[in-house]
Design a protein around this ligand. Sequence first.
Ligand code: GUN
Ligand code: FE
Length: 428
Amino acid sequence: MNESIFILKGNIVYSKNTKELEIHPHSYLVCEGEVVKGVYEMLPSKFEGVPVIDYGDCLIIPGLTDLHVHAPQYTFRGLGMDMELLEWLETNTFPEEAKYKKLEYAREAYGIFVKNLKSGATTRACVFATVHRDATLFLMDELEKSGLVTYVGKVNMDRNCPDYLREPSAEVSGLETVEWIKDVLHKKYKNTMPILTPRFTPSCTDELMENLKKIQLYYQIPVQSHLSENPGEIDWVKELCPWSEFYGEAYDRFGLFGADCKTVMAHCVYSGEDEIARMKENGVFIAHCPESNMNLSSGIAPVRKFLEKGLKVGLGSDVAGGSTENLFAAMYHAIQASKLRWRLKDESLKPLTAEEVFYMATKGGGEFFGRTGSFEEGYEFDAVVLDDRRLEHPQELDVKARLERMIYLADEREVCAKYIRGKEIKLV
Ligand code: GUN
Ligand code: FE
């Protein structure tokens, strides 16, 4: 039998679609090479002799994808939340991100970020770094060592930020980005990929956007940014780009909004019908970041509408707009936020369910990375084993109820093993 086949045994749960879970109690999950071979309640005889790792009564779920997280902001998570976006950027974010000019600071800070991301249930992430090339490469080295699969972006910003952080021109920002990509390609990482990261329209000139499109076309790499997060931000984009019908056009005009260029946009709290239609047409992924949207009083995105219209939606922690990298928290925050939106704003959009948020955290966001976030045959083998014994209960609970409790109660303490692309990741 092939050396690279192994089997995990436990209570296996994954999403069939946004509404339905596949649940297989006390079953076998077969990994061949780096992909899922199948899930079986009775192990077929052809797998006789294949090593089985028995996780007893644990739950086994697909790895979680964080579609939007700021690595340099991890240092001030849980701090300074009494502001809206633009003031928060000026007061907390830009001064902190400036510190990453010094590699020594980056080493310490990014070391903590990667250590904690590695020990939780996240297996994949789209990560913002800062404008600094050296620090961004260091972060990528550390992520590569961790075994996590990530897209990481050196941030671009050439206007509307303090001098100490602003790149001197669109040209320099573009050149630095090219040099950074060359460095990344030279490293030949297996699991760590570059992603173009114009911070958001207010911090990027038209000329910079044009440069980034040229780079995108040449290197064929995806794009991440922010979209329609906050009313003040949206008004500002209207002033900066009077030609745009809606915020998303300020990216689409430059070819940085899906279509031939894989794109993930964080937030979309205020996306109107035109913007939603364009995202659907262009296949733009939405990173829903409910905790950040509450902390920065941004609002609540109409996620049910996105799902009903068939848009691609995943979850983001948006640390440090969000306080935690724990995506179980993102799941229950998404449910809770949707309930308030339904009650207070729009009764036509029913609250999100546990099945829907689990889908977004696994298969929905995972799609940005390809066939990821499910245990269907041929998906990349990312699995998280959860031991929920800490959360005692006197009554019987079935696997579905235990998963539901995980959404509200789990953190890295429940994660007892993690596999990415068929390889076990040491949690500490
Ligand atoms: N928009 C531009 N930059 C940021 C950021 O760092 N965090 C959030 N939440 N929104 C942004
Ligand atoms: Fe963000």
